[in-house]
Design a protein around this ligand. Structure first.
Ligand code: ADP
Ligand code: MG
Length: 346
């Protein structure tokens, strides 16, 4: 896959001196042409700034940023404007013109680009067909549902046939069902029109559904980067673990843990489940070989691309030494979390 976006040691700093904000802090990553790439992070992590660098809405402070062959980090404002025209963007709040009809909203970038009316009309009809809103052409946005508004946003972003679509929290204002709908449309934009899509989100489910690779951002930095399955099935950073936890709810909270400790005899441990290395069958077999009993008391398993992952929390009973040995063996192929703080309560 050839690359279409490359960040190389990119920094974006707002202000200077002690009050400087390092919104993007030494980011290096590449995005392949035709890929759906996810950027996940909590509020303030620097996600929006990262996409605003891509389309030149903010200049890079230092480092190199190349977008579709153009080194945007070295371009002046005038050239940046032309790069911007080749990149579509959709927003959480849709950003439609309330007084314009759906058709006029979609036609707007074409009007700005100087297309004549006949060509504009033909293109708008084609776009509204693609997003399934042909019958809403003459309606104003306030008559549309949230999902329909975002479809208009997508049609408008596609108007000038960009190669890249930036989606900044594009489903965060939508209910789960409408979210699926819009995400399905983004998949079609990628599969049928071949656009590279950069998806910014704070929801793991969005990344899980859409993306091939993901970058996890925290305080301006990319703290994890890789294939979605790899990043989420073996999170290395606390932030990533929290994203998995909020989507999967597989790990017990401290409150749940103390309740479990009170109501179950045995040693509580949480064991990671992954394809190949950490299957639940292998887990149970290992415990059996050491004559350790494991009652499953909490957990969650899901899958990405038909590959399972998650975790199980077990209350282990058996001889102390045997439990110790079983855990050592489990650690050789998966991650094991123990809770020493609970032992102190006993
Ligand atoms: N124009 C700006 N001026 C000053 N600080 C900014 C500006 N834009 C963003 N920031 C700061 O940069 C950091 C990252 O913001 P942002 O990129 O919006 O994060 P996210 O989209 O992940 O919530 C935040 O601390 C934010 O306050
Ligand atoms: Mg943001």
């Amino acid at each position: 896959m050839s690359e279409i976006i490359r960040f190389d040691g990119v920094h974006k700093t707002f202000g200077d001196g002690p009050r400087a904000v390092h919104a993007v802090d030494d980011v290096t990553l590449t995005i392949g042409e035709g890929e759906i790439f996810g950027v996940i992070g909590y509020s303030g992590a620097g996600k929006s700034t990262l996409v605003r660098l891509i389309n030149g809405l903010e200049p890079v402070t230092s480092g190199t940023l190349v977008v579709d062959g153009a080194e945007v980090s070295a371009l002046g404002e005038k050239r940046l404007r032309s790069v911007r025209a080749d990149i579509g963007m959709i927003f959480q709040q849709f950003n439609l013109f309330p007084s314009k009809t759906v058709a006029e909203n979609v036609a707007y970038p074409l009007r700005v680009a100087g297309w004549d009316k006949a060509r504009r009309d033909a293109r708008v009809a084609e776009l509204l067909d693609f997003v399934g809103l042909r019958d809403k052409a003459q309606v104003r946005p306030n008559k549309l549902s949230g999902g329909q508004k975002q479809r208009v946003g997508i049609a408008r972003a596609l108007a000038r046939e960009p190669k890249i679509l930036l989606a900044d929290e594009s489903t965060s204002a939508l209910d789960p069902e409408t979210t699926r709908d819009v995400l399905g449309l983004l998949r079609r934009v990628n599969a049928e029109l071949g656009l590279t899509i950069v998806v910014i989100t704070h929801e793991m489910d969005v990344v899980k559904y859409l993306c091939e690779r993901v970058a996890v951002m925290e305080r301006g930095r990319v703290v994890e980067l890789g294939a979605v399955y790899d990043v989420f099935s073996r999170p290395q950073q606390e932030a990533t673990r929290r994203f998995v936890g909020t989507s999967l709810r597989d790990r017990p909270s401290p409150e749940v843990l103390s309740r479990l400790a009170a109501s179950h005899a045995g040693h509580l441990v949480t064991v990671g489940i992954q394809e190949d290395t950490g299957s639940s069958a292998r887990l149970m077999r290992t415990l059996g070989e050491h004559r350790v009993d494991g009652a499953i008391v909490y957990g969650g398993i899901t899958e990405i691309g038909e590959r399972p992952f998650g975790s199980l929390t077990l209350a282990l009973t058996g001889e102390r030494a045997a439990i110790h040995q079983a855990l050592a063996e489990l650690r050789s192929f998966t991650d094991v979390q123990e809770y020493p703080e609970l032992e102190e309560l006993r």
